[in-house]
Design a protein around this ligand. Sequence first.
Ligand code: SF4
Length: 287
Amino acid sequence: MPDQTKTIDPASLRGDCAQCFGLCCVALPFAASADFALDKPAGKPCPNLRGDHRCGIHADLRTKGFTGCTVYDCFGAGQKVSQITFGGQDWRTAPKEHARRMFDVFPVVRQLHELLWYLTEALGLDAAGPVHADLRRALERTERLTRQTPEELAALDVAAHRQEVNVLLLRSSELARASVAGPKGKKGQKGKAKDRRGADLIGARLRGADLRGASLRGAYLIAADLTGADLRGADMIGADLRDTDLTDADLTGAFFLTQPQLNAARGSAGTRLPESVSRPVHWTAGG
Ligand code: SF4
């Protein structure tokens, strides 16, 4: 049975732009590239951001050269920082120092919320049962950290906390993948075929590949052809899926796959997805 004691509302780990002061469109920097049509330093509002904190080109982001915005998700950090950390105080009307602190804190909370998302996912893995108690403790601690004051959050060593959580996520992955039938149909199969951690698979031809239970942790799958590939039960954490072709691939039971990763990939109505993510609109809308 999946763990029943998790306390995080999944909706709180998804961006709610209506409750946010457009923080990702101000706090984060971006450089002119294939993903962004212009340069923008951190702390400066994007020229497309409207006064009501909505994007003025939301429906046309891809065609106007802002694909990078369509693959971003704050994991609910935007509304947390806007409404809880800063108590609903809008940066537009706040003193400069207050606004600056808000922009500093947002990326910290975003990292913590991403960890909450992974921890929640790990708690849903039946096979990771032996570490569920540790995962719950890490979840509670991470949630507590997100509720610190702006000053405490700005001083937080978030990299150290990530490291601690990562140990648990790795263990959860090992347990979960060991329960998945591998390429030769043997449960718990170890070996190279299943370990593609950090692999350079840019542009690789993996059409129809059997990657059941594989670790694709941090793998570079940019523009790889995974058409029809079997990725059931694979660990997808940090895999770079920009322009990866997932047409008709089977990702049922794949875990640590985030919506931003998926949004960066290509796919089809025939791609099978885990329940934790949604089918990107551009997969079926010709975008
Ligand atoms: S283009 Fe729109 S979504 Fe992207 S940063 Fe600017 S306002 Fe935000």
